[in-house]
Write a protein that binds this ligand. Structure first.
Ligand SMILES: [Zn+2]
Ligand SMILES: [Zn+2]
Length: 290
């Protein structure tokens, strides 16, 4: 499978000179299976440019969009995804049915005055809503998707994609749990104890894409906000024995230079702990083939 990052930023889009390298669009990743089936994870603002490309390249197979959860930064690009306005496409939106709301509630909410000028009638594509649940496996021929609920707002899901013996986990937004003490690194034993279910889910995977919203020095002001710091993530990844760790969902106030610092500290931590994990910092348009 191949995957490409169209948005790597958390919370809110931050275009501008200080975010040119890692990018300012909110979460969106394109996955192509070995059979060239298309899956899109999350519909942050990065999905707009992906939609333009699909229209230009005359892509006519089904489009599957998986929504990890419906916080704004994960759905705010949806109405600007051009394939919705063309009869040529069939789009399946897969999302968790949270608080008893059917997943088509996403459109009812986004397309309601006074927030948007048009109602759902402008959608020309065939659109289907499919409910996802946690701790389940969904099969699309030889391509499998496993789900698990994470430590964020109710019903937020992580996904594990499995094909030809390769495994990729997308786990954002997630707060790795431990008791934080200012100016101290977390204890590995405590991270393992408090995050066992998620560590097992990520065990031995080829790639883990994970929320790395904060550098640990900023974390004491953000405890309980549902996001992780770089050092707790490094420990989590070591405990799960992942091969490649991809940093994702950056804090919107972080400039490229601040993200460079976050990466440097994470790399040093992994080296000092004799970890062989390959650390990768996601940036817009980054492509990987596994
Ligand atoms: Zn988010
Ligand atoms: Zn969120």
């Amino acid at each position: 499978m191949k995957f490409k990052f169209w948005g790597t930023r958390g919370s809110v889009p931050v275009p501008g000179a200080s975010t040119l390298h890692y990018g300012g669009n909110t979460p969106c990743i394109e996955i192509r299976t070995s059979q060239n089936k298309l899956f899109i994870i999350d519909a942050g603002t990065g999905i707009r440019e992906l939609g333009n490309r699909l229209c230009n390249e005359n892509f006519h197979d089904d489009i599957n969009i998986l929504i990890s959860h419906t916080h704004w930064d994960h759905i705010q690009g949806l109405l600007f995804f051009k394939p919705f306005y063309s009869k040529d496409f069939t789009i399946n939106i897969h999302a968790y049915n949270s608080n008893g709301m059917n997943v088509d509630h996403i459109f009812d909410t986004l397309m309601s005055p006074p927030y948007f000028p048009a109602t759902k009638e402008v959608i020309k594509t065939k659109t289907f809503f499919k409910e996802l649940e946690g701790e389940k496996t969904y099969s699309f021929d030889d391509f499998k998707i496993e789900t698990i609920k994470v430590h964020h707002s109710k019903g937020t899901l992580a996904f594990k994609f499995i094909e030809n013996g390769k495994q990729l986990v997308y786990m954002t937004d997630n707060e790795i749990l431990y008791e934080h003490h200012k100016d101290e690194y977390p204890l590995k034993a405590e991270i393992i104890e408090k995050n066992q279910d998620l560590i097992s889910f990520c065990k031995d995977v080829d790639y883990l894409i994970h929320d790395a919203m904060y550098q640990i020095s900023d974390y004491d002001k953000k405890i309980g906000w549902g996001h992780s710091n770089n050092i707790s993530l490094a420990i989590f990844a070591m405990a799960a024995n992942v091969k490649n760790l991809i940093l994702f969902h950056y804090e919107p106030d972080y400039t490229d230079e601040m993200i460079d610092e976050l990466i440097k500290e994470t790399k040093n931590y992994l080296l000092n702990n004799e970890s062989k994990i390959n650390l990768i910092a996601s940036y817009e348009k980054m492509e990987l083939n596994i």
